[in-house]
Write a protein that binds this ligand. Sequence first.
Ligand code: IPT
Length: 966
Amino acid sequence: MLPQISTGTLSSRARLTSNAPEQQLDGKWHFRLSRSLRGAPDDQWQTAECENWDEIDVPAHWNLQGFESPAYSNHQMPFPLDPPYPPDANQIGDYRVDFDTDAALQGHRVVLRFDGIESAAEIWLNGELLGTTRGSRLTQEFDVTASLRESGNQLAVRVMQFSDASYIEDQDMWWLPGIFRSVTLLGRPDGGIEDIFIVADYDPATGAGTLDVKVAVQNDVDARLTIPALTVDAVAKGPIEVGLVEPWSAETPTLYDAEISTASETVQLRVGFRRVHIEEAQLLVNGRPVMLRGVNRHEHHPDKGRVFDPERVRAELSLMKRHNINAVRTSHYPPHPEVLDLFDELGFYIIDECDLESHGFEHSEWRRNPSNDDAWREAYLDRIRRTVNRDKNHPSVIMWSLGNEAGTGANLEAMSSWVKAFDSSRLVHYEGDWSSTYVDVYSRMYASHAEVGEIGREVEQPAPITATAAEMHRRTLPFIQCEFGHAMGNGPGAVAEYWDLFEQYPRLAGGFIWEWIEHGLATTGADGTRRIAYGGDFGETVHDSNFVIDGLVSADLEPRPGLIDYAAIIAPVRIVVAADRSHIDVANRYDMVSLDHLELVWRRVVDGVEIAAGTVDAAGISPRSRTRIPLPESTRSVVETALADVLSLEARLRVATSWAPAGHVVSRGEDVRETVITAPEPTAGLTASASHVGAASFGVVDGALVTLGALPIAGPAVGIWRAPTDNDRYPGWDEAEKPPFADRWHDAGIDRTVSRFISAEIESASLTVRTRTGTPIRETGIEGAFTWTALSSTDVRLDVTLEPRGKWTSDWARLGLDFVIASPPRGMDYFGLGPGQAYPDSASGVSHGWWNVERAHLTVDHVRPQESGSRREVREATVQTDAGSLTVRTLSQPFALTVSPHSRKTLAETTHNADLVADGNTYVSIDLAQSGVGTATCGPGILQRYRVAPQPGRISLVLSTAPATV
Ligand code: IPT
C-alpha cells in the first residue's frame, strides 16, 4: 500500500513572521511532464542535466501553464473508485531548480518549506530523497541542513496529479496539479523560536485579557513576549494577565502588535483577544450572541487557479466587507496562510476547514469510505494537525472544521478528539455528523426553510444516532447552515426567508452562501477572444459541466445580483419607514457595536427631482436593539401633482475604513407614494383602421404591431416561458420526484407556443385584435384581447386582457407581452425597482428610483446564458435602440420589464456566453407576473408563493416613440 501521509517532514507548527533569514525559491523552474508514473523517465532526473526541459512558474498549476488541461468534477472521482490507487493515466510533473544558498542562511540549520503541492510529491535535494508529501493545501517542511550546499544545489520535486490522497481530496473544484504555493528556505538560528501557540482570551465580565502562551524554543532557552500597547514585557510562558483590553471581533478587529524574542530570533504576531463559547444553544463571541453572515470561499483566479495573489485577495475580502459579509468558511481546505492575516485584520469569523473530502464514496453508498477505515486514521490526524497548527494564532478562526462531505466515521471522531485536546478555545465543526456526537455546532447544508424553522424551535426530528445522550447534546448546540443559497446562475432565491428564521430563533447563528466565487477558467477561443470555461470544455470524460459556476461574484470578481440581494438581507441596519412618514424604526443588527459610525441620510425625490434631504440622529443605539426616530415634516409635505414620491434612507459610513470609503452605504430603507396616471382623453378626430391606430401600424394578416412611428416593432406576443435558469434546470430538493421546471415547461409546451389570429374589430377610435396563443399538442392556451386607441399623434393606448383556457399541467415561468424591436438596444431609463434585476424571491437589494441602465447591464452576463435582467415594479420606461426609443407607461399596475439583445431561444440554446451573438434586435418583455428563481440546483426550488399559476391578466399601457439621438 502507498503511504497516505507525508514522510520525512517536520512536525507541523504555526506560521510565524520572523526576522530569521529566508530565501524564496519561487520563480522559473525546469519542468518535464509525463503521462504516467510508469511512463516517467527513470533517468537520474533528480540530478541529471535538465536544460532541455520546459520551463514553468513556481508557484503555478501546470495545467494552467500550457501542460495538459484542467479537469472539473464535483463529487464524482475522475477515475474508478479503487482506493487507494490512482489510475495509470496520472500526469507526473518533474520540477528542478538549481540554486546557491544565500549567505544569510549559511551556518544555520535550514528548513525547506512547501505551502502547497497538489496532490503528492517526492522531494529530493542534491540527489537525496528528503521525503514525500500528502495534503495538497497543507504546509510541509523538511530539515535540509545536512544536504544543503553553499552553491549548486539541485532541488528536484516529482509531483503526481493524482495519488492515494486524491480519494480524500475530492472537493468540488478543478483538479489542478502542481507546486501552486511558494517554496521557501528558512534559516533556523540556534536558540530560535520553533513554534508559538497563544490563546488570547477576553473576559466579557471584566474586560480583561489573558494570554496563555506556549513557545517552543530550540535548546529550551526562555523567550520574552512584549506587547508595547499593553505594556506587556514578560517571559513568554503560561498565563499572562494583561489587564483591560479592546476585544477582537469581526466588527471591531482590534489587533495588538506583539513580539516574541530570544537572543537569536524575533517573531512578530498580531494578537486579538476574544472568547468563543456556547451558552444555552447560542453561539457567543465575547459573551454576546453573533450572527454569521457568511460565504463559502474557495481560492480561485480565472488565470491562476488557486495561486495566491495578495492584492486580489485583499480586493476580494474588501468586496465581501462592503457587502456586509462577516464570516467565511474556507471551503474546503485552509487557504494560503496570508489570507488568515487578512481575515484577522479586516474582521471575519472564520471556519477554517481541513483539506479533506471523500465525497466520491457516496457513489458506493460510502463503502470503503476512508473516514471509517483504520488504514487512513493517521492521514486524517496528520491533516487536522497541519491545519490547526499552521493557523492556531489567528483570532479570526472561531471554529475548526474537520473537512467536508466525508461521510462519518471513527477517523473524523479521532480528529475531533485531537482538536479538543489541543485547542479548547475554539469549536469543532463538521457538517457530516448530523447526530452531532463529536462536534460543537449543529451544522447542515441546504436544509429547507421548514426544517430550519423546526431546528430554531428545537422541535427537529431526532438525529440518526438517537442515543439519548447524543440527542440531548445536539439539542444544546447552536445551529448553522454551513452551505445554503446555492448561488448558481440567476439566484439564489428565498434567502431572505432563511434570514428571517435566523433572526427569529436565538439558536440559529446564521449561514454561509454556497459560494463566493465562480470557478470559471479563462481560455482563448479560436478567434483569439477570451472565453470563460467550465467542466467539459477541456474534453474531460468525467465532469460536472457548469456546476462549478455557482458564485455570488464572477471569476473576475464582478458582483452578481445574488450578492446585491444578500448584502441587503444581511445588512447590519434595518430601516423601516412608517407608512405616514412620521418616523423610522431603526434596528441595529450588529452584534457588538452601536450605529455611531454611521450617518443616516434621507432624501426625498419627487418625479426625479430631489426636493428635500437631511440627516437623522441614530447615535447611541446599542447592538441588537431598535429605536424609533422621528422624521421631519419635509419628508411628507404634500406635493399635489407627484406621480412618484420616493423617500429613501441610507446608512453610510462616516469615516473611511480599510475596506470602504467614507459614505459607503451599508443599508437602505424607503417609502414610496405613487399615483396611477389617469388615461389622457384621446385627441378629438383620431380614427382607427385595421392597419393604423395613430402612430401605430399593424399587419392586416395577424393584427400585430409593425411600426410605432418610425420604430420597427413587432408584438405583442403572449409569453409565459423564460430561458431556463440553472435553477430551473434542476429538481428542487423539496420536489425531488418531479422533473425540473425547465422540463415541466417543455412538457407543457410553453417554450414553443403557437398563436392564431382570431379577429380584428374597429370601434370608433379603437382597434381590438383577438388572438389565441396555444401550446403544441395540448388544448391549453391563452386568449388575448388587445385594444389599441390613439391618444395623440404620438401616444397609443393598449388595453390587454388575457384569459387562460384548458387544463394546464405546469405553472408558468411568467405572464407577459413580448415585443421585438428590429434594432439593437442602447440602454434604458425607467422608474421602478433598481438599478439591477429583481425576481419575486430575490428583490431585497433594489430600491425605487429613476434608473439609467447601459446596454451592458440590461441583462447579466452569466457564463451559461439564461434568463436575467428583469426589473420589477416599473411604471414608466424608455428603451433606447439605434432606430429610436420606445416609451411604455402603465395606466394600471406596475409591470416587470426585461430588455435584452438576445431572444429567449438563443439564450436557452447557447451554452457559453462567449458564443452569444446578438442578432441586432431588442427583445422587450412587459411581464404581469414573473416566477421566483429559488435555489433548486442545491436546496429548495421556487417556494409556492413565488410561482406563477396559470392565471388571467389585465394591463393598460401607453406606448410612444421618439427618434434616436445621435
Ligand atoms: C455541497 C458541497 O459541500 C459543495 O462543495 C458543493 O459541491 C455543493 O454541494 C454544490 O455546489 S454537497 C451537496 C450534497 C449538497
